[in-house]
Design a protein around this ligand. Structure first.
Ligand SMILES: CCC/C=C/C=C/C(=O)SCCNC(=O)CCNC(=O)[C@H](O)C(C)(C)COP(=O)(O)OP(=O)(O)OC[C@H]1O[C@@H](n2cnc3c(N)ncnc32)[C@H](O)[C@@H]1OP(=O)(O)O
Length: 295
């Protein structure tokens, strides 16, 4: 369940869960009109993921998906690392409980499947959220961190960022999204397989070269500033147009061109009838900035 607290600044709000295991692990604030900043907020644990944090991700992104005031989102990490992956102590608890349980292998397997589903859903909520999500990555982005950013729409990094698909080092195939999304993000299967099989550190400039990120900034502050600026620009556009664009791009990525053309015309059968079309066209003709209603 979401709690609510206010701190300085009229437009800034912070949400956190009331679940003690995850309390304050994600901070959400409206930093500009219609622009939300989601901050992973376990700096002392390098923003590593626990089961509760994955659940909280879903709660946060499902909430923002439904929040008409939210039109774009930046996600970043507080402290020394963007995200150092799963919490190798607390994050393994649910799995260890099942391993130690006195169950047959079929029932244990079902339990593991349920846990993986919850973790996957935490990041898939980013993909399903109709509002564009920009990942602002500094320093370490390891294991679950890569799972997270591959579900985002735009990935920027600071020059100190290091990416690592680390899962083979802990004896598993990554199962929370990286392997399912990264080849669609990057389009270079040979490079993806090399870094996934070897779990080597990938520096920011190499991630840029291969398209894992689309911009690299000299410092973390420039990274955040630029990410929020792009989010602000997006928030000024028609939310009908922007959110429809995300839906159609997501659909196109996973379907044939014919299926996708069919999807977009069906989508626009209703969406093109919004007032945004006339208001946007009139503003464009008169070289004015259109003001669009929330959706
Ligand atoms: C069903 C779900 C499936 C999901 C699977 C997901 C898998 C993965 O994510 S695999 C990747 C797991 N992560 C790692 O292997 C990273 C381990 N950490 C490191 O390599 C280093 O800590 C790091 C490079 C991030 C930072 O190094 P640095 O020298 O700068 O700091 P440290 O002294 O090592 O760490 C600082 C404190 O953070 C704690 N910490 C770091 N990473 C983790 C982690 N993954 N889990 C738990 N805790 C972590 C570290 O213990 C230090 O804590 P403290 O000693 O209390 O100061």
């Amino acid at each position: 369940m979401l709690g609510f607290s206010r701190f300085a600044g009229p437009a800034i709000r912070q949400f956190s869960t009331t679940n003690p295991a995850a309390a304050g692990a994600i901070a959400v604030s409206e930093v500009h009109k219609n622009v939300f900043h989601v901050k992973l907020n376990r700096p002392e644990k390098r923003n590593t993921f626990t089961y509760e944090l994955w659940q909280e991700m879903k709660t946060v992104f499902d909430g923002l998906a439904e929040n008409p005031k939210c039109r774009s989102i930046v996600i970043s990490g507080e402290g020394k690392s963007f995200c150092a992956g799963i919490d190798l102590k607390a994050g393994m608890g649910e799995i260890i409980k099942i391993i130690q349980d006195d169950l047959d292998v079929g029932r244990k397997g079902r339990g593991i499947r349920r846990i993986i589903t919850v973790c996957q859903d935490g990041f898939t909520a980013i993909q399903k959220c109709p509002k564009p999500v920009i990942a602002a990555v500094h320093s370490h982005c390891i294991g679950a961190g890569v799972d997270l950013i591959t579900a985002c729409d735009i990935r920027y990094a600071s020059s100190d960022a290091i990416f690592n698909i680390k899962e083979v080092d802990i004896g598993m195939a990554a199962d929370v999204g990286t392997l399912n999304r990264i080849e669609k993000v990057v389009g270079n299967s040979s490079w993806v397989r090399e870094i996934a099989f070897t779990s080597r550190d990938v520096p920011a400039h190499e991630a840029l070269k291969h398209g894992l990120v689309s911009k690299v900034f000299d410092s973390q502050s420039e990274l955040l500033e630029a990410s929020l600026e792009v989010a602000r620009k997006i928030a000024g556009k028609s939310p009908i147009g922007v959110q429809g664009t995300k839906e159609v791009l997501n659909h196109a990525r996973d379907h044939t061109t014919d299926e996708s053309l069919n999807f977009v015309k069906t989508w626009n059968m209703s969406q093109i009838l919004s007032t945004d079309l006339v208001e946007g066209a009139m503003a464009s003709m008169s070289k004015q900035k259109a003001e669009f209603k929330d959706v």
